[in-house]
Design a protein around this ligand. Sequence first.
Ligand SMILES: OC[C@H]1O[C@H](O[C@H]2O[C@H](CO)[C@@H](O)[C@H](O)[C@H]2O)[C@H](O)[C@@H](O)[C@@H]1O
Length: 564
Amino acid sequence: TPTPSPTCSNSGPVVRKTPLITFLEILQQTALNTLGPKNFDPKLYVDLSLKSNLSITQSAFDDLPRTPNGSVSVTDFNGFIQSYFNGAGEDLVYTEPVDFVSEPEGFLPEVVNREVRAWALEVHSLWKNLSRKVSDRVLDRPEFHTLLPLAKPVMIPGSRFREVYYWDSYWVIRGLLASKMYETAKGIVTNLISLIDEFGHVLNGARAYYTNRSQPPLLSAMVYDIYTRTGDIDFARKSSPALLKEHKFWNSEIHSVRIHDAEGCNRTLSRYYAMWNKPRPESSTIDIETASKLMNDSAKQHLYRELASTAESGWDFSTRWMRNGSDLTTLATTSIIPVDLNAFILKMELDIAFLANVTGDCTISVHFQEAAQARKQAMNSVFWTAEMGQWLDYWLSNGTTCRGHTWEASNQNRNIFASNFVPLWIELFNSDCTLVEQVMQDLRSSGLIRAVGIATSLTNSGQQWDFPNGWAPLQHMIVEGLARSGSKEARSMAEDIAVRWIRINYVAYKKSGAMHEKYDVEKCGEFGGGGEYIPQTGFGWSNGVVLAFLEEFGWPQDLKIDCN
Ligand SMILES: OC[C@H]1O[C@H](O[C@H]2O[C@H](CO)[C@@H](O)[C@H](O)[C@H]2O)[C@H](O)[C@@H](O)[C@@H]1O
């Protein structure tokens, strides 16, 4: 792995932390000290909402009896939580989606096999479990909650993820479109747009502690897919200003990086960069522990920014971002130009150009077509390697700044990640038959295609965005890219991967009664693990991808669904 530049990551903006979050982090640390690490989830404490105002709660907390070493008894702590807080998740209430019907007309017409069809209907019915509305209590007293108010119903990923998440929403929407739930899908986009209106970007998730960062930008993809399904031009028109604002955010000073390439041209690409240099509030106790290995405050602040920036990437955490794959303190995300992020922004540019064309704004359309061409060329010159048939993340090397860096081949990260193949999802790349042919061969020999899906990487690090975990979004983008390429061979490869992925989801569902956040691509029917929290169920994007795959490929009567 190349050496990252420290010079373009040390300073940068930091958003304000609310007094409620500061207090809940103290509560989180006290909970860990009092209850111990077993089954401890730090996020639970920053998701609690107040019953009365913060100063009353804080003085009751200060008045709790303490031993000479400052600890609180389990009884006193639990009593305090009971008296002063509403439970995590109580500020979101169940709501039946307005457009849910148990078997929508025209639902997955190509799914003929009865067993698979019955299961697909069960997966479809899970939208009812994941549907929530922000309680009026949040609107009345926003300062009592870390949950942010949103006007329309939301789909949560599930379990500890009790609030809406940005990039998860794309695959939730793909599932909702297969479920013919167009109003719910549009409502999700309306909510995300309201976050752009208020904060200038879509937040990682709809919580006050997520304002310091975004997540992989897929809002334009949501708008594009909803528009192409519904033809709702008014929806496309209303979404456009927010997309322009979001494009600015991802090309702002903190996110954009200039590279002087091998041909002597200046290229501009984007990186992840969180506006934060403190522990992530939802994982504060964990981050403090991780940073305790570092000696000085400046090194700690730098690590905290890297941790939050990695959360912005959606790949939290992975050897992809680490200089030393067994040491999280070596995270270097802000010094990496990621392939997938730039593929998403390229798609954003193409989508904006398309939507502007539809709504009759030719100037914007032409401008964004040009922006897309420039980014495509930049991706080709900075990321692409013909020898490996992949796009490789680019590491900024020592002693350079983000404003001017000269490209060197040795700064491409030659390790294999599923993200190296994400550009295939973008039409500008998948419409090139020769390119698809080459990438397909290299994907085949990459080692990523395993018994039941595409592995995230080839390194078993214990981090959740590494081997042997397979994640629904990665399966979906690569499969859809291959399937849309126009090559018969690529479509057949796509279908093969999709069938294996559907099987792993089905078998795990039958075994455990749940859809999972991630799966083990080595073992059919096993969910994934690793990382900083226990495996979660629900699960928004897994449900969405299963429905989207079944919609694309169907399931014939005689194709078996179990793994043997
Ligand atoms: O609480 C730890 C981290 O959890 C989130 O990340 C993971 O779950 C998200 C929801 O499914 C998903 O979008 C992300 O890709 C996962 O890695 C959260 O997004 C992080 O910010 C948070 O620190």
